[in-house]
Design a protein around this ligand. Structure first.
Ligand SMILES: [Zn+2]
Length: 281
């Protein structure tokens, strides 16, 4: 359960000293649950144009056999190329106040990447995947592609051990992501692990979306300190929820070809819908 909290968690602010009871919610109506089939059926055929893979990465050594992996897994398995890292650094200031993988480099500048620890590599990998995520229908909370929106509202990411949970924003425009030995965040190179809670990069990007939405207009949770009132408010939980729904319904099947990926996204969407809103819809 600790692991699940780690991959899903996200919140606007450091936790308040008490949580409001359901009775304090405006409508007082508990959120009904919906069946997965409501968002499981594709309603349109994606027509996507993908950016070709950078040719400069061909000399980098992957950690698994790329030819056997779906495109998203290939991207997650390799060291980011130096130009890719430079482009991300131009968008976001990444700081690693805590790094449980410190002391060993898994990518090097000499090999065409940068000198990166395992944690650092996995953060860059996830941001590269975020760049590649394309949807056949605009996201509900922005007309921009996901990564373009994200770097437009977020200036930096701080990875820290000294906070009880991830939150935004400190300082303004900077999201703070918790790392500690129990959370096991960034533990794998997979989009969604079939064996460990179906978790992986899919969840880490979900946290970025959640906290990024807090940074988008200084938006806070509007039902107590940790929940949103409605999905349609398009708050942090609304964006977090729709990120998964869009993965189910409108993601690029060439980039995310495995049907299991949609199952994993559907599971997360369903969980968020059940647990993080005070009212429907
Ligand atoms: Zn939040």
């Amino acid at each position: 359960m600790i692991v699940l909290m780690a991959v899903i968690g996200g919140c606007a602010l450091p936790p308040a000293t008490s949580n409001p009871t359901p009775a304090s919610v405006a409508t007082g109506t508990p959120s009904p649950t919906r069946t997965p089939t409501q968002i499981a059926t594709r309603t349109s055929t994606p027509t996507l144009t993908l950016t070709p893979m950078p040719t400069s990465t061909s000399t980098l050594t992957p950690t698994r056999t790329p030819t056997l992996l779906p495109p998203v897994e290939q991207l997650l398995a390799r060291c980011p190329a130096a130009p890719e890292i430079a482009a991300i650094n131009a968008n976001l200031k990444l700081s690693f106040a805590y790094d449980p993988t410190a002391g060993k480099l898994v990518c090097t500048a000499a090999a065409g990447s940068a000198d990166l620890t395992l944690l650092q590599r996995r953060v860059y990998q996830r941001l590269l995947v975020m760049q590649r995520l394309a949807f056949s229908k605009p996201l509900p909370w922005t007309d921009q592609p996901l990564y373009t929106w994200f770097v437009g509202v977020v200036n930096g990411i701080r990875f820290r051990r000294d906070i009880p949970q991830s939150y935004c924003c400190d300082p303004r425009g900077v999201i703070n992501v918790i790392l500690n030995d129990e959370r096991l965040i960034y533990w794998n190179d997979q989009w969604a692990d079939r064996e460990i809670y179906w978790a992986g990069a899919i969840n880490n990007i979900g946290t970025f979306v959640h906290e990024g939405r807090h940074a988008d207009g200084e938006r806070k949770h509007n039902c107590g300190s940790a929940r949103d009132l409605r999905i349609s408010d398009l708050g942090a939980w609304g964006a977090h929820y729709y990120y998964y729904v869009w993965l189910v319904e409108y993601s690029d099947p060439n980039f995310l070809p495995d049907p299991f990926y949609r199952q994993a996204a559907l599971k997360e969407a369903d969980k968020i819908r059940k647990e993080n809103f005070c009212a429907e819809p």
